[in-house]
Design a protein around this ligand. Structure first.
Ligand SMILES: *Cc1c(COP(=O)(O)O)cnc(C)c1O
Length: 362
């Protein structure tokens, strides 16, 4: 039997995909898990009870409502989206990035994003064979407005992605610079507000005056990461165009009902987000007080920090040996040398992290 699958793959696959490592999710069993920006708190009981009651009557033998009209209306109401805008749902906002690039890429237009930023913009562009342009952030991870405007003029990108707050750096960008960059773009600009629950800043109201703007949100970081629900808001003409290549039943019955149950009781999730914001402030102060440790301001549910030059990977491993998993960003981008990212957990988890970090520093 000929076993030439490796040869066939080398012949059939797009070379840049063949060369990519698979997306790696580290095994967190038995560890304090502070690596993935999850909400550390379980679902509030009223939301869980409502979801379970809805699931009991859910018609699992039937296909879901393909347009998820009730859920889209609930999102528009819960987040006060501007009148005249429309919503597209994705099985996580990762799927929305994929749909956007399937719809808008392919005519040679590039995908452009500041860097370091969320890795899926580059990964999905690469999987689809689209040219990708990363524009380095400036000092302290601020947007380099001049570099962004020059790159936009030069590459005429089909889609610009800007995460606000940015991942993995946690900061918000200067709103005026952001607005000028959106105005200069010849294609679509997606502002990715995945960390919306942890900041009061949102560009949703800008949709009324910036027709090339699309705002992407997710319920993952608020506490629904296991369900997978992302949404994109913008001019109905953008939304209808991208919706053409959405797989018809991408949001399953259980997901639609659970998300409705959660949105109807959003105050309980907001209370969890408030606790996470308070934990972020406490954790930032504790980190800043440690000798040799530098941290950056964060408007998200995580903190970027460095334990000092030459120490990032060593400290990451020492934390893991003590049962605490965070994210090692050393090697991910030149501006992230020796940088680590920790998700804000419960107060107990934050203490375990800080104790382990103290024991890992010289
Ligand atoms: C986590 C994250 C996402 C992914 O969200 P999902 O809805 O869970 O796919 C998107 N954008 C940014 C910037 C993120 O950090």
């Amino acid at each position: 039997m000929a076993d030439d699958i490796a040869e066939r793959l080398a012949r059939l696959m797009r070379p840049e995909v063949l060369a990519q490592p698979a997306y790696h999710v580290p095994d967190a069993s038995g560890l304090v898990k502070l690596d993935a920006m999850e909400n550390p708190y379980p679902w509030p009981a009223p939301a869980l009870d409502a979801a379970l009651a809805a699931w009991r009557g859910a018609p699992l033998n039937r296909y879901p409502d393909p347009s998820a009209a009730v859920l889209r209306a609930a999102l528009a109401g819960a987040y006060d989206t501007p009148p005249g805008s429309a919503i597209l749902l994705g099985n996580g906002s990762d799927e929305i990035i994929q749909m956007l690039l399937l719809a808008l890429g392919g005519r040679g237009g590039a995908v452009l994003a500041p860097e370091p930023s969320f890795v899926m913009y580059r990964s999905i562009a690469t999987w689809l064979g689209l040219p990708y342009v990363g524009v380095p952030l400036g000092a302290d991870f601020a947007l380099d407005e001049a570099a962004m405007l020059a790159a936009i003029a030069r590459h005429r990108p089909a889609v610009v992605f800007i995460a606000s707050p940015n991942n993995p750096t946690g900061n918000l960008f200067d709103p005026q610079a952001l607005e000028r960059i959106i105005a200069a773009a010849p294609g679509a600009v997606v502002v990715d507000e995945a960390y919306g629950p942890f900041t009061d800043f949102t560009v949703l109201p800008w949709l009324a005056r910036q027709p090339q703007l699309l705002v992407m949100r997710t319920l993952s970081k608020m506490g629904l990461a296991g369900l997978r629900l992302g949404w994109l808001c913008g001019d109905p003409r953008w939304i209808e165009a991208v919706n053409k290549l959405r797989l018809p039943y991408n949001i399953n019955v259980l997901n639609q009902q659970a998300a409705l149950a959660a949105l109807a009781r959003r105050a309980d999730f907001d209370a969890q987000a408030a606790a996470i914001r308070a934990g972020r402030a406490a954790l930032a102060a504790a980190l800043a007080a440690l000798p040799g440790v530098r941290t950056w301001p964060s408007a998200a549910n995580f903190l970027l920090f460095t334990p000092g030059a030459g120490r990032g990977p060593v400290v990451f491993e020492a934390l893991k040996r003590q049962g605490v998993l965070i994210k090692n960003l050393h090697g991910a981008h030149p501006q992230l040398a020796d940088c680590l990212r920790v998700t804000v957990g419960t107060p107990e988890e934050n203490h375990r992290f800080l104790d382990a970090l103290r024991a890992s520093l010289p």
